[in-house]
Design a protein around this ligand. Structure first.
Ligand SMILES: C[S@@+](CC[C@H](N)C(=O)[O-])C[C@H]1O[C@@H](n2cnc3c(N)ncnc32)[C@H](O)[C@@H]1O
Length: 389
C-alpha cells in the first residue's frame, strides 16, 4: 500500500475536522467512491475557528485579537477529512477516536451529525462528497450506463480467454454481480445463451439489473448452488439448473476465493482458517464444471487471489484428477506466468496467467508499453484455461 501511495497519491492537506469511516468504505473511497452515510462511523465534533476580542491586562495595547476553536457538530457543507478505521475499533457515533486510521482524502458533508446518529430513520445516500480524494480514481457512476461496464483489467482478460462464440451455450458458475457474464454475452453479440448462477439470492438481482441495463437478452440468471448444478436424472425436464452432464460449450469458474489480490485493501480481516476454507469449495465447484462441460469444450478457472493453494495447486490437482483436461495457451496473455511450488512443469507454468499486485516498476518505467507492465499494476489475479478432450 505504501508503494502504491507513493506513486499515485496526491498531496492533500489534512483538515482539523475529521470523519471516521469503516475500512471497506475507506477502500471504496480510494477506488473513486463518495462516502455513503451508512459507512460513517464517527463524526467527531468539528473545530470551527472563532475570532474574539478580549482585553489583555498588563500589556501596552488595550486589547488584542484572540483566535480559538469552538467545537460544533458536523453540519451540511462542512469540509472534512475522511479517515478509515483500520482495525474496526471505532465506536459508532463516537465524538473522538485515537485508534489506527488511514487518511483517504477530503470531502464536503451532505448530512448533519444528528441525522446520522440521532435519528430513527436509517441513514442512506451520499454522506460526504469527496472533493480531494487521496487516490485519483474518478467515479464511473452514470457514465454511459447502457453501453459500458467498468471492470479491472484481468477480469476483462478472462472474457477473452474464455473465447465465447455467437450461438454457443456458456455457463458462468459463480456470476454475481455479473461483470464477466455481461462481458461474455457482449463478446457473443448477444447471440446464444449465457447461464449465470450464483448461490446468494440478493446478489442475483444485480446480475439481472446489469444484463438489463446493457440490453443483453442472452443472459439467463438462476439462484443456485453450482456444486449441485449437474444431474444425470433422465426425468430432468426443466430449463434451469440442475443441468444434464455435457450441457455447455464453455464454462467459466470465476471461483469464490480469499480475495487477497484485491486492491486497494486497507484491512485484512481474514483468519487463516477462512483462507484455507476456499480450496475444498473450489474443488467441489471444479468437479461440477468438468461434468457440465461438453467434450471439446473450454473451461476457464480464475481467482482474484495470490495464494499457491487456490491457484497453481488447484491446476496441478485438476490435471491429476481429470485426465480429460489439458492446459491451453491463453489469448491475450498480458500477465506474468504461474508461480513454481505446486509441482507444475515450467512449460505448464508458462500457460498460466498471473497478475501481481506488487508494485515494483518505478517512475522510469511508466512509459513502457502496457503489455510490459500490465501484470504489475493490477489487482492480484490468476487465470487457467483447460480443454476437455
Ligand atoms: C469472485 S465472485 C464472482 C464475480 C463475478 N464472476 C463477476 O465477474 O462479477 C464469486 C461469487 O461466487 C458466489 N458463490 C460462492 N459459492 C457459490 C456456489 N457454491 N455456487 C454458486 N455461486 C457461489 C459468491 O456469491 C460470489 O458472488
Amino acid at each position: 500500500m505504501t508503494s502504491l501511495f507513493s506513486r499515485v497519491v496526491r498531496a492533500v492537506k489534512q483538515l482539523s475536522s475529521e470523519v471516521v469511516v469503516g475500512a471497506q468504505c475507506g477502500s471504496a473511497v480510494l477506488r473513486g467512491a463518495h462516502v455513503f452515510t451508512p459507512g460513517i462511523i464517527a463524526s467527531p465534533k468539528c473545530k470551527s475557528p472563532v475570532v474574539q476580542s478580549m482585553l489583555l491586562y498588563n500589556t501596552r495595547s488595550a486589547c488584542d485579537v484572540f483566535l480559538f476553536f469552538l467545537r460544533a457538530d458536523m453540519k451540511t457543507g462542512d469540509v472534512v477529512s475522511v479517515f478509515s478505521d483500520l482495525e474496526g475499533k471505532c465506536t459508532r457515533g463516537a465524538t473522538s477516536f485515537q485508534g489506527k486510521t488511514a487518511f483517504v482524502g477530503n470531502g464536503v458533508s451532505e448530512v448533519e451529525r444528528s441525522s446520522i446518529f440521532c435519528s430513527d430513520k436509517p441513514a442512506k445516500g451520499v454522506g460526504i462528497r469527496m472533493v480531494e480524494p487521496l487516490y485519483w480514481s474518478p467515479s464511473f457512476d452514470g457514465v454511459l450506463p447502457n453501453l459500458a461496464f467498468l471492470q479491472n483489467l484481468p477480469s476483462v482478460v478472462v472474457g477473452h480467454v474464455l473465447g465465447p462464440r455467437p450461438g454457443e451455450r456458456i455457463l458462468d458458475m459463480c456470476a454475481a454481480p455479473g461483470g464477466k457474464t455481461c462481458h461474455i454475452a457482449a463478446i457473443m453479440g448477444d447471440q446464444g445463451e449465457v447461464v449465470a448462477l450464483d448461490r446468494i439470492r440478493n446478489k442475483i438481482d444485480r446480475i439481472r439489473q446489469n444484463a438489463q441495463m446493457l440490453h443483453l437478452r442472452s443472459v439467463k440468471v438462476y439462484c443456485f448452488n453450482s456444486t449441485q448444478a449437474v444431474s444425470s436424472d433422465p426425468a430432468l425436464q426443466t430449463e434451469g439448473p440442475p443441468f444434464p452432464p455435457e450441457s455447455f460449450d464453455r464454462v467459466l469458474l470465476d471461483a469464490p476465493c480469499s480475495g487477497l489480490g484485491q486492491r486497494p485493501n486497507m484491512a485484512c480481516t481474514w483468519s487463516l482458517k477462512e483462507i484455507c476454507s476456499y480450496q475444498p469449495l473450489q474443488r467441489n465447484l471444479f468437479h461440477a464444471a468438468v461434468r457440465l462441460l461438453k467434450k471439446g469444450g473450454v473451461l476457464v478457472y480464475s481467482t482474484c487471489t495470490v495464494t499457491l493453494a487456490e491457484n497453481e495447486e488447484q491446476v496441478a490437482w485438476a490435471l491429476k484428477t481429470f485426465p480429460c483436461l489439458t492446459l491451453q495457451p491463453q489469448e491475450p496473455h498480458i500477465g506474468g506466468e504461474g508461480m513454481p511450488g505446486a509441482g507444475l512443469a515450467p512449460e505448464q507454468l508458462r500457460l498460466l496467467q498471473r497478475f501481481s499486485p506488487e508494485l515494483t516498476w518505478d517512475q522510469t518505467q511508466t512509459t513502457a508499453p502496457l503489455h510490459c507492465r500490465a501484470d504489475k499494476d493490477t489487482i492480484g489475479f490468476f487465470i487457467a484455461k483447460f480443454l476437455k478432450n
